[in-house]
Design a binder for this molecule. Sequence first.
Ligand SMILES: Cc1cc2nc3c(=O)[nH]c(=O)nc-3n(C[C@H](O)[C@H](O)[C@H](O)COP(=O)(O)OP(=O)(O)OC[C@H]3O[C@@H](n4cnc5c(N)ncnc54)[C@H](O)[C@@H]3O)c2cc1C
Length: 434
Amino acid sequence: MKIAVLGGGITGCSAARLLAADGHAVSLFEAKGRLGGLCASSTIDGFVTDHAGGHILFSKDKEVMDFMLAGLGTVGYHTSKRDTRIWLRDRFVRYPFENGLCDLRDEDRYRALRDYIVAWHERKTGTPSPDNFRDWCLWRFGTGICDLFMHPYNSKIWNVPLQELGTAWVEGRVPDAPMEDVLKSALGQHTAGYVHQAIFHYPLTGGFESVVHGIAAGIPAGIVRLNTPVRELRRVGGSYVVDGESFDEVISTLPLAALGRMLEGVPAAVRDAFAALDHVSLRTVFLALDKADAPPHSWIYFPDKQDGPQNRVTWLSNYSPRNAPPGKSSVMAEVTWYRERPGTEAETTEAVVAGLSAGGFFRRDQILFSRVFDVDHAYILYRSGLEAHLERVRAWCAEQGLHVVGRFGNYSYFNSDMCVRAALDLAAKFKARC
Ligand SMILES: Cc1cc2nc3c(=O)[nH]c(=O)nc-3n(C[C@H](O)[C@H](O)[C@H](O)COP(=O)(O)OP(=O)(O)OC[C@H]3O[C@@H](n4cnc5c(N)ncnc54)[C@H](O)[C@@H]3O)c2cc1C
């Protein structure tokens, strides 16, 4: 079969490789001059940085993990223990927050525990789960934890009123500590909490993008078309015409809303559903530091605005011993935005540096250089009602024989391992059909 794969991120590269291995005539269209998509990385003066925030390699899916690690054969990888913290005013609190109550000041710990118990009691006596994220947090964690962490942190990351978000996405995404853990942690006994991702890998060199390169190395020559943005997609009989060229099948990993705009003949109701799929964008600020002693943490969450605009900071030099030259370290801050960029690159960098240097994470004179990367599609915006739009769009695409996969390709809250899983499943589906 002649197959067009749209997009050269990890989903498109995995799909192209697997389908080509099964004997299909595959063409992979990538708008940019490089493969990688959201997994892109750069190496600048011996410092490695991921563009879309620090990426870690982990999966509960053995087949997927083997597939991803196999590509790192020559590069190798470094394994770390996840050590994450929340920076709250003047102190580190262990993550997840409910497992770190012992790190809070006495008055905060009391409030957090009291309100957690009140919320727990109300849930047990039948108060139904609210359908907006703001109230769901109150229902699940109580006012104390919401005031201290859940509400400010989530407001920072989503950039829209939390009442506008639904709750369908929280399962498996918002850590959910049992009462016993919360009681123990409030009494000073540390509990582990979220054990998923306890151990993670990262390529020794080249940043997370090396994972995609490892996969793409298995794509035969002549398949990848870089600098080839797809502009038009038309269904003609049982085939698809991609910018004038005919294919039996199309696999799209492009953001669904963009796909909707390039398709011809979409019914008005479906077009509206495509247009309702919204997203949050990301600006990352990378700082190369003339400082050997990075904190031992993998990453740190920053709920409070007063500590800077970043919601998360990753100590990238901890991910691989080759991510920074000897005696140096590096850190990357993530600042999300919705529709409007958060000022100029220089303004964002200054705000991040002001927050982090005031917190004592480094001194200004230790900064060797900085880089800013903007990522348009970073997070799916889970507005209430999104599921109905998504259902309509996915059903219509399925009717049209259009395969939509990947994080924004399918509008699923996927990490890279789940993207690979989707590609493996799709290839298996094609195999079963042929
Ligand atoms: C802040 C953040 C942190 C993350 N952390 C992790 C992590 O720690 N671990 C993990 O496993 N995952 C993580 N992820 C998720 C991971 O980045 C994604 O799941 C994965 O990279 C998505 O791959 P994809 O191929 O589906 O999409 P993308 O990577 O978005 O690929 C789509 C491709 O399509 C191309 N394209 C767009 N329009 C066109 C067009 N018109 N024509 C041709 N090509 C086009 C783009 O250039 C891009 O290359 C994180 C994501 C974010 C935003």
